[in-house]
Ligand binder design. Structure first.
Ligand code: ZN
Length: 439
């Protein structure tokens, strides 16, 4: 077990989330770079830093085009007495993401066409963007809108949309083989906790974790991108490499709450990523398996026809399934240290299992005598069997045709818990581990 699996890992990840939460991120712009700088500081001791990549506005990426860059300085609505009704400085969700500049006075009725609310949740500010059509708008709670007097209002947005660049970042950590375990998360959402401060922060901690491993069979790649346009851009630049080398992969989204655990399966549902994450999650108190039809994050691009990579989605409560989703209620109170503890454990278990997921074969015929190797209690009586049952069950299914996860699924013990058992059995030369089945 590595040094990173210590008790305060959740506290540390939550601390990072608190730090990046106030930053106004979008699919381009200054907020993304500020976030990358903070991540670089967080992963400093890993010995790795983010490589920053730029793509120019206007460049074609498959069927899409890199949008203009968005710069936002100031945005507010004020009444005739110059009281700020809403201010971007107070909560960046008040401004529709990618709003064009505006400076005009309107009546309450005229203003309403530029105001977005969530009538079904009258207390929250909704999260609204308009990336691909130039418009402007503000967001507020339905209750606030209902209480505005019939006055004149000044809509003011000091923003700029210009031919600049889209920025993404990646970290590559080499291992013994070129086959990669791939992690992706998105950095385009402003101040919301679960969606997706949490994914950014968990992925940063995973860099620290993977870097701390004394041995890596696999290489690891971590990418931080704006959702949709970022994954499309990344795939358009790297598809051949990805298809050759990605062995398993996870898209991280909404991983900071402490409610459900969720997997969004790959399109075929049968890759090693589906297999390992399902194995880990099925032992959690609560978990949900979503078929690919329920996809909505970057797993859409990673599994698209012609791409079809072995990449699944990992969430705690799945995006779009919790009432706080895409509102101001998805805040720092909605995510927690405990939530991050659980997500980190699940994801680091996936890494540990994949690293050890060989086809294990018993080296002796019939059951080995565990007692003479100190692996079996020498006084056997009722009750002591439970302690060794997992060892006996492991060797019983170690036929060289089953990998670690298959054995786990046969015997009903989490694959992560079998790792110390197979290590012990290998120390005693009772098991051999092969990369291929049936050797
Ligand atoms: Zn979202």
């Amino acid at each position: 077990m590595s040094i990173s699996k210590e008790t305060d890992v959740g506290t540390r990840i939550y601390g990072l989330a608190k730090e990046i939460f106030p930053i106004c991120r979008s699919i381009t712009g200054e907020g993304v770079l500020q976030t990358y700088n903070i991540i670089n500081r967080y992963i400093k001791d890993s010995g790795y830093q983010l490589s920053i990549m730029n793509v120019n506005s206007g460049e074609d990426v498959f069927d899409w085009q890199i949008p203009k860059e968005w710069r936002i300085n100031e945005a507010f609505i004020e009444d005739e007495n110059h009281n700020h009704i809403v201010d971007f400085k107070e909560n960046n969700l008040h401004l529709m993401g990618y709003s064009a500049p505006v400076d005009r006075w309107l009546s309450l009725d005229e203003m309403k066409q530029y105001i977005y609310t969530e009538p079904s949740q009258p207390d929250v500010i909704p999260y609204v963007t308009s990336y691909y059509k130039e418009r402007y708008g503000f967001c507020m709670s339905q209750n606030q809108l209902n209480n505005l007097p019939d006055d004149k209002y000044h809509l003011f947005i000091d923003s700029k949309l210009f031919y600049g660049k889209l920025t993404y970042a990646e970290v590559f950590i080499p291992g013994d083989t070129d086959n990669e375990i791939f992690f992706s998360t998105y950095t385009c959402h402003p101040s919301m906790g679960n969606d997706n401060c949490s994914g950014i922060c968990l992925q940063a901690e995973m860099i620290n974790y993977v870097a701390s491993l004394s041995y890596r069979r696999y290489s690891y790649r971590f990418i931080f991108i704006p959702e949709t346009i970022g994954s499309i851009t990344y795939i358009s630049r790297n598809l051949a490499h990805m298809k050759e080398y990605i062995f398993a992969g996870f898209n991280l989204s909404c991983v900071g709450d402490d409610n459900d655990y969720s997997i969004i399966h790959s399109i075929h549902g049968n890759t090693i990523s589906d297999k390992v994450l399902s194995n880990v999650l099925k032992y959690k108190t609560k978990h949900t398996e979503y078929p690919y039809i329920k996809r909505a994050s970057d797993e859409r691009q990673y599994n698209a026809p012609g791409v079809e990579l072995p990449i699944v989605g990992f969430c705690r409560s799945k995006y779009d399934e919790f009432p706080e989703y895409h509102t101001s209620a998805d805040n720092l109170d909605f995510i927690s240290k405990e939530g991050f503890d659980g997500s980190f454990e699940a994801l680091s278990d996936c890494v540990d299992i994949l690293e050890k997921n060989l086809y294990y074969k018993l080296t002796v015929i019939c059951e080995p005598q565990l007692g003479k190797r100190g692996l079996y209690p020498t006084v056997s009586h009722k009750g002591t069997y439970d302690d060794v049952q997992a060892i006996l069950d492991t060797v019983a299914f170690a036929d060289g045709k089953r990998d670690l996860i298959d054995i786990s699924n046969e015997i009903g013990v989490p694959a992560a818990d079998l790792i110390p058992i197979v290590e012990k059995l290998r120390e005693h030369h009772l098991l051999e581990g092969n990369v291929n089945a049936g050797v």
